[in-house]
Ligand binder design. Structure first.
Ligand SMILES: *[C@@H]1O[C@H](CO)[C@@H](O)[C@H](O)[C@H]1NC(C)=O
Ligand SMILES: *[C@@H]1O[C@H](CO)[C@@H](O)[C@H](O)[C@H]1NC(C)=O
Ligand SMILES: *[C@@H]1O[C@H](CO)[C@@H](O)[C@H](O)[C@H]1NC(C)=O
Length: 262
């Protein structure tokens, strides 16, 4: 076991030109992929090549490399925790992201903040929002300006934040032992020359199916819900629009949540 980990490390270090690093894959120990893999590539003699091929194959969600055999698994590969199985399963990070990007409301303004994640083996249990309440007809509305997540060990995650509004003083948590595994959002449609406020609502879904809510605006078209394809939410990044000199700022635009096996 120590030998094979060492081997993987050496292979990664000696093939730096290939695209494999923690930006693309999350290592998961002690999991088992129960169903038949969708695609098995044999004789790919390095972990680096195996993961690189998974990255460009849209049907590959998980990859496993053992004794020079590279296996790809699709989204439906059943996962279960098995503590005696010490295999490393790599999860394609891009497939574990759920997001409001490409929303049907035509809202995509501003810049993205950094990715923030819980510590290894921790997960998100609650959140709070920062709301700029309705300003009346003659003032610029921005509605939500930020989302802050809280991890199981109390660590707080916040990506970019715009300046308007105020935070909910309390975090809203799932009930004890539950994890967050999905979210919903409500956005105001692109108003053209009118006053835009973009995202008004972010809610989180807990593994017991309850929904937690924090401060919310009321200008939204509909609520759209998205679940993690697998695992639970462990991180986020946010896109905010804060151009101080512009007449129409929108604050929080889009969010991306990172899902991971836990
Ligand atoms: C992999 O390659 C080796 C050496 O080229 C060969 O002996 C072996 O049969 C191959 N295995 C598979 C499964 O194709
Ligand atoms: C767990 O993994 C071990 C080692 O790979 C295997 O022998 C065992 O059958 C697995 N247990 C279950 C319940 O699948
Ligand atoms: C929410 O959970 C975090 C992490 O366990 C904890 O630090 C915080 O006090 C909790 N907040 C509430 C309101 O329960």
């Amino acid at each position: 076991m120590i030998f094979s980990n060492l081997l993987i490390l050496i292979l990664i270090i000696t093939e730096p030109s290939l695209i494999v690093n923690s930006d693309f894959f999350i290592k998961n120990l002690n999991y088992e992929l129960l169903s038949e893999p969708k695609l098995i590539l044999k004789n790919i003699t390095s972990i680096t090549r195996c993961l690189s091929r998974c990255l460009v194959d849209s049907s590959c969600y998980f990859a496993n490399f053992n004794y020079e055999i590279c296996q790809f698994y699709n989204l439906n590969a059943v996962l279960s925790k098995n503590y005696s199985n010490k295999r490393i399963i790599y999860t394609k990070r891009s497939n574990g992201i759920i997001s409001s990007v490409n929303n049907p409301f035509g809202v995509d303004w501003g810049i993205w903040g950094p990715i923030e994640e819980c510590d290894q083996n921790d997960y998100v249990v609650g959140f709070r929002t920062k709301l700029d309440p309705f300003q009346g007809t003659f003032y610029d509305d921005t509605a939500l300006n930020c989302v802050e997540l809280i991890c199981s060990n109390g660590k707080r995650l916040k990506s970019s934040e715009s300046q308007w509004g105020s935070w909910n003083t309390n975090f809203k948590n799932c009930s004890s032992g539950q994890k967050v595994n999905g979210f919903s959002y409500g956005m105001e449609q692109n108003q053209g020359t009118g006053d835009d406020s973009a995202t008004n609502v972010i809610r989180l879904k807990c593994t017991d199916n309850s929904i937690i809510q924090s401060k919310e605006g009321h200008e939204y078209t509909t609520i759209i819900s998205i679940l993690c394809p697998y695992g639970v939410i462990v991180g986020l990044r946010t896109q905010i629009n804060q151009n101080i000199n512009a007449e129409d700022n929108t604050g929080l635009n889009n969010v991306e949540f990172i899902c991971k096996l836990n």
